[in-house]
Design a protein around this ligand. Structure first.
Ligand SMILES: NC(=O)c1ccc[n+]([C@@H]2O[C@H](COP(=O)([O-])OP(=O)(O)OC[C@H]3O[C@@H](n4cnc5c(N)ncnc54)[C@H](OP(=O)(O)O)[C@@H]3O)[C@@H](O)[C@H]2O)c1
Length: 331
C-alpha cells in the first residue's frame, strides 16, 4: 500500500507544486490537503488529493488531519503579514502541527519548510552558508525571527521521538506560479489604486518607469517545481533526516530583476541599506512588511551540496531562468 501524505497549505506557491509532485509519485497513494479556503482537487486535475477544511490554529482539526497520515508536510504560514497575524499563525499554528504529529501514532515522517531567513542577517554569517551554520534568525525581521523560532520549536517538540524530521531551507521561491517577490515590489503594491490608463501611461514614459535601488548584492532563487521535487524526495526518498538548503544554480541581482520587469535599476551603496534598515527599526507604526529590507543587508548565499548529495536533488531551473519565467508570468 502506498503512502498517505497530509499537507498543510496545499494551495500556496509551494503547496500547489508540491501536491503536483506528490500526485506524480507512484509511492504516494493519497494526499490530504488542509487549508482554510476550499479548493476543488478535480479542477486542478489532482486525482489522489482530498480537501480538508481547517485552520492550523484549530488543534482538533490538525489532530484529525495527521491521524490519517504516514507523512506530514507542513507549509501553512503567513509570509507577508502583520506582526500579530503572522505570529499567531506561524508560531501557535506551527506548534499545533509539530505537537499533533509527535503525539499521533501513525506519522513516521515530518517535513517542514523553513527558509534561508532562518539563518538571520548577520555580518559574521559565512558565505556560502552551509547547514552547519546555526539558524539564529534576526529579531528585527518578524519572518526571520519566526522561522528561527519554529526550527527551535521543532527540535524541542520532536526531540526524543522516533519521527524522521526533514527541514528544507529554500532561498526566495519564484517561477510562473510563485510571484510573491515581484508582487511585493513597491509599484505593484500601489498599482491597484492607480487607474489603468494612468498605469499604462506611466509605463510608457521612460522618466516615470519604476526605479529599483540596487545595492549590488547577488541573491539566489529557487523554482517552485525544484522545491517540490526536494519535498517529494523527503516524503518518499531514502535520504537521511536533517536540514537541507535549496537554491537553483547561479545568482541574480536587483538590476537583473529590473531588466526582467521593465524597471530601472539605480546603484546605491550597500551601506545605505543598513542605514535604511536601522531607521526602519527606530520608526514605530510602520507595516511589518518594510522589515524585509533587512534581507538585503548582508550576502545570503547558501551552499546546496548537501541536498544534492544526500537527497539526490538536482534543481532543473537556474536563478536566471526562474526569474525570466516569473517575469513572463507577471506580464
Ligand atoms: N515563497 C517563498 O519565497 C518561500 C521561501 C522560503 C520558504 N518558504 C516557506 O514555504 C512555506 C510555504 O510557502 P508558500 O510560498 O507556499 O506560502 P503561500 O503561498 O503564502 O501559501 C500559504 C498556504 O497556507 C495556507 N494557510 C495559511 N494560513 C493558514 C492557516 N491558519 N491554517 C491553514 N492553512 C493556512 C494557505 O491557504 P488558506 O489561506 O486558504 O488557508 C495556503 O495554502 C512557508 O512555510 C514559507 O515560509 C517560502
Amino acid at each position: 500500500m502506498g503512502l498517505t501524505v497530509a499537507v498543510t497549505g496545499p494551495t500556496g506557491e509551494i503547496g500547489t507544486a508540491a501536491v503536483r509532485a506528490l500526485e506524480d509519485d507512484d509511492r504516494v497513494e493519497r494526499v490530504l490537503g488542509m487549508a482554510r479556503r476550499p479548493f476543488d482537487p478535480a479542477s486542478r486535475n489532482w486525482k489522489k488529493t482530498e480537501y480538508r477544511q481547517g485552520d492550523v490554529l484549530d488543534r482538533a482539526a490538525v489532530d484529525g488531519l495527521v491521524a490519517d497520515a504516514d507523512v506530514v508536510v507542513h507549509l501553512a504560514f503567513v509570509i507577508m503579514g502583520s506582526h500579530r497575524e503572522s505570529e499567531r499563525v506561524n508560531l501557535a499554528g506551527t506548534r499545533n502541527v509539530f505537537e499533533a504529529v509527535t503525539a499521533a501514532a501513525r506519522p513516521r515522517r515530518l517535513v517542514y519548510t523553513s527558509s534561508v531567513a532562518a539563518y538571520g542577517y548577520h555580518g559574521d554569517t559565512p558565505v556560502p552558508i552551509t547547514e552547519e551554520v546555526p539558524a539564529r534568525g534576526s529579531a528585527e525581521h518578524y519572518y526571520s525571527a519566526q522561522k528561527a523560532a519554529c526550527e527551535e520549536l521543532l527540535a524541542e517538540v520532536t526531540g526524543g521521538s522516533d519521527l524522521e524530521v526533514y527541514v528544507l531551507r529554500p532561498s526566495i521561491v519564484a517561477g510562473p506560479e510563485a510571484t510573491v517577490l515581484l508582487r511585493s515590489l513597491p509599484w505593484e503594491q500601489v498599482a491597484p489604486y492607480v487607474p489603468e490608463p494612468i498605469r499604462k501611461a506611466l509605463g510608457l514614459v521612460p522618466g516615470l518607469r519604476p526605479v529599483l535601488p540596487d545595492p549590488g548584492r547577488a541573491f539566489q532563487l529557487v523554482h517552485h517545481d525544484d522545491v517540490a521535487s526536494a519535498l517529494a524526495a523527503c516524503v518518499t526518498g531514502d535520504g537521511p533526516p536533517g536540514a537541507y538548503n535549496l537554491a537553483g544554480d547561479g545568482e541574480v541581482t536587483v538590476s537583473d530583476v529590473a531588466r526582467a520587469t521593465g524597471a530601472y535599476a539605480v546603484p546605491v551603496p550597500g551601506g545605505l541599506v543598513g542605514l535604511t534598515a536601522g531607521l526602519v527599526g527606530l520608526l514605530p507604526y510602520l507595516p511589518a512588511q518594510v522589515e524585509w529590507i533587512h534581507a538585503a543587508r548582508h550576502p545570503m548565499i547558501m551552499d546546496t551540496g548537501k541536498a544534492r548529495r544526500d537527497l539526490g536533488w538536482t534543481p532543473r531551473h537556474s536563478a536566471a531562468r526562474t526569474l525570466a519565467a516569473m517575469a513572463d508570468a507577471m506580464r
